[in-house]
Design a protein around this ligand. Sequence first.
Ligand code: NAP
Ligand code: 12T
Length: 350
Amino acid sequence: MEKSYVVAVVGATGAVGTKMIEMLEQTKLPIKQIKLLASKRSAGKELKFKGQTLVIEELVPESFENVDIALFSAGGGISKLFAPEAVKRGAVVIDNTSHFRMAAGVPLVVPEVNREALKEHKGIIANPNCSTIQMMVALEPIRQAVGLDRIIVSTYQAVSGAGISAVEELKKQAVDYINGTPANELTAEIMPCGGDKKHYPIAFNALPQIDVFSDDDYTYEEWKMVNETKKIMGDDTLKVSATCVRIPVLSGHSESVYIEVEKDTSVAAIREMMAAAQGVVLQDDPSQQLYPQALTSIDKKETFVGRIRKDIDVANGFHMWIVSDNLLKGAAWNSVQIAETLHEMDLVRV
Ligand code: NAP
Ligand code: 12T
C-alpha cells in the first residue's frame, strides 16, 4: 500500500499557514490526516480543509505524536523550541523561518535547484527566504549554462511577507488616507519591522529596511539573500549583494537583478533558458508591454521573468526583473513542494 502521511501545520492561522493549507488541498502528496496548530489564542477556532471543518489546537510538544511531516511557520523562536520536539517524535520538519537555514547539516532547498541536498537531512529541512527562492529559480539555469560570477539585487517586497498584521496596517493606512489623514501623519506600529524601535507608514511610501540592521549597515534580510544564495548554489566564491525594500503592495515580491556571467551569451539565449526552465514563466516582450507584475503573480506557483537586457557598459552583464507570489513559491508552495519531493525520494521516515 502506498504511504500516506499525517501532516501538521504550525502557525496555521498566519499569512503563510493559511496558504500552506491551500497548497495541501492541491498537493499530490498522500495525506491521511491534517493537524492545525497555533497559539493558545486560536485554540478551538475552526478552519476548512477540502470542505471539512478542522479545529485548531494549541501547539505543545505532544502535538507531534504520530505526525510524519510538520510544516513550521510561526516565527523563529517557535521553530527553535518545537522543531526538535517534532523530530524527537519521528516527524520530518520543513521550517519556513530563518532559524535553521544556515546551520550545517540542515538542507536549504529549492526543489528546482538542489533537491539532492534533501538526502542529507537529519530531520530538519529549511525553506529559504522568499526573496532568495524566486531569484534561485530564475538564476540557477543561467548559472548551469554560462556560469555566474556576480549578482546585485534590489527587491521591491510586499507587506504580506511580514504577516497578517502588516497587511492590516497597510489597509488601515490606505483607508485613513482616503478619509483625510495626510500621508506623513498616518499611524504606524509595525512597519518597517515589528521588532524594531521606530515605525514609519508603509502606505504611499518605500522603506529601505526589511528585518533589523546588522552592525555593518546591511539588514538581516539582505544578509539572508547573500548567505542563502551561496548555500543553495553551493558556491562560496559567488559575489552577491542585496538591497531590500518594502513597498505598499499586498502580495508578490519583485526584484531588479543584475548578473555578470562567466561565458559569452546573449539576451536571446537567456530568454530561451528562461522559457525552458522548470518553475519559470518568461514574460518578456517590450513591444507588447509584457513584463512580470506583482498583481499578476498572485496565487501562481511559478516565478515570472522579464525585462531581460544587456548592461550598457559591462560585456557579460545582464539585467532582469523577477517576480513571484511571496506567500506561495516564497513560502507555502516551496514548503509543500519540498514535502512532495521528500515523498518522491522516499525520504520521509514513516
Ligand atoms: P503571521 O501572519 O503573523 O502568523 C503567525 C502565525 O504564528 C500564526 O498562526 C500564529 O498563531 C502563530 N504563532 C504565533 N505565536 C505562536 C505561539 N506562541 N505558539 C504557536 N503559534 C504561534 O506571520 P506569517 O507571515 O504567517 O509568518 C510566520 C513565520 O513564517 C515568520 O515569523 C517567518 O519566520 C516565517 N516566514 C517565512 C517566509 C519565507 O521567506 N520563507 C516568509 C514569511 C514568513 P495565532 O494566530 O494563534 O497567533
Ligand atoms: N522579515 O523568513 O518581513 O526570513 O518580509 C521572511 C519575510 C523574514 C524570513 C519579511 C522577514 C523572513 C520577512
